[in-house]
Ligand binder design. Structure first.
Ligand code: HEM
Length: 153
């Protein structure tokens, strides 16, 4: 599997950090789903809605990263149903750095800490928390399991 195909599952798609892409402008007259879009129209792409569309994703609201195992979809702007970094000439120029930082941070946490839920939370509550809905705080008990002088955060 080429390395570019391995990154899709790392990115939270349920609540994309940029839910509506930066404004794009159509450069020519076009028609999308029966809507006429004249050249020069300012367009807002609602990635938040695309990533929750049950026509595109089975069980879209579930935290279910395995959905990408064996999938050919990637986050590099060619699959228009998976656009955490946008697409085209205005696509996120920090994509490589963003992917590396997310991967590094998650790997560091898993390698160096035991993560547990507080007693008042059950694993099934985790879906809401991982989805980072605005009204719920992410709560976790974090215990370093390497010597304190090696902890870098
Ligand atoms: C996981 C991390 C990140 C995500 C999910 C993300 C997502 C996005 C998205 C969706 C856009 C709009 C693209 C479009 O409209 O087609 C964007 C634009 C942009 N991002 Fe990121 N980004 C991330 C990290 C970064 C980093 C690390 C940098 C800089 C070091 C960065 C700099 C920018 C800039 C400058 C734009 C505007 C590009 C333009 O308008 O031409 N991003 N980002």
């Amino acid at each position: 599997m080429p390395s570019s195909k391995r990154t899709s599952g790392c990115i939270p798609i349920l609540v994309p950090p940029v839910p509506i892409l930066v404004p794009h402008m159509s450069t020519e007259d076009s028609e999308i789903l029966g809507y006429e879009i004249p050249a020069g129209t300012t367009l807002f792409v609602n990635v938040h809605a695309i990533h929750r569309d049950p026509a595109l994703y089975e069980r879209p609201l579930d935290f279910y990263p395995e959905r990408f195992l064996g999938s050919e979809k990637d986050v590099h702007g060619f699959d228009f149903d998976l656009l955490p970094f946008g697409a085209g000439s205005r696509m996120c120029p920090g994509k490589g750095l963003g992917l590396a930082v997310v991967l590094y941070t998650v790997a560091l946490f898993i390698q160096t800490c035991d993560l547990r839920l507080p007693e008042n939370l059950k694993p099934e509550d985790l879906t809401d928390l991982i989805a980072l809905r605005r009204n719920s705080l992410l709560q976790a008990l974090v215990n370093p399991r390497i010597p304190k002088d090696l902890v870098m955060f």
